[in-house]
Design a protein around this ligand. Structure first.
Ligand SMILES: [Zn+2]
Length: 114
């Protein structure tokens, strides 16, 4: 079933997760509606027409009847909890390079005149 992400409003495909080695299954997982080779979720329709998904791993590779999708949470712009909120700490702005000789900063020039 296609739905919309309540956070960013983009269309998502809501799947039901299958029980896996590490997951109990039966949860709702929104994936991006278009197959994505970079995704980690195998999506298929089960016998009743419901869309089911599971985590694709090395031990449980993608099957021919499944399509690889990206979990929407991985790309949702409205929910990126794994990113640090204060990006200035994560990537400090590089210091300004020294200017070549004979060139002055306009801001310095203005300060000198006042
Ligand atoms: Zn979203």
């Amino acid at each position: 079933m296609t739905s919309r992400c309540p956070d960013c409003g983009l269309p998502v495909l809501v799947t039901r997760t299958l029980p896996g080695k590490t997951t109990a299954g039966g949860k709702r997982l929104a994936v991006n509606p278009d197959p994505d080779p970079a995704g980690n979720t195998g999506v298929r329709r089960d016998g009743t027409g419901a869309v089911v998904s599971r985590r694709v791993t090395e031990q449980q590779p993608l099957m021919g009847y499944e399509r690889l999708h990206m979990p929407h949470a991985a790309t949702c712009e409205a929910q990126q909890p794994q990113l640090p909120l204060d990006t200035s700490k994560a990537s400090p702005t590089p210091r300004q390079k020294p200017l070549p000789e004979g060139v002055i900063r306009l801001s310095d020039y203005r300060q000198r005149r006042t």
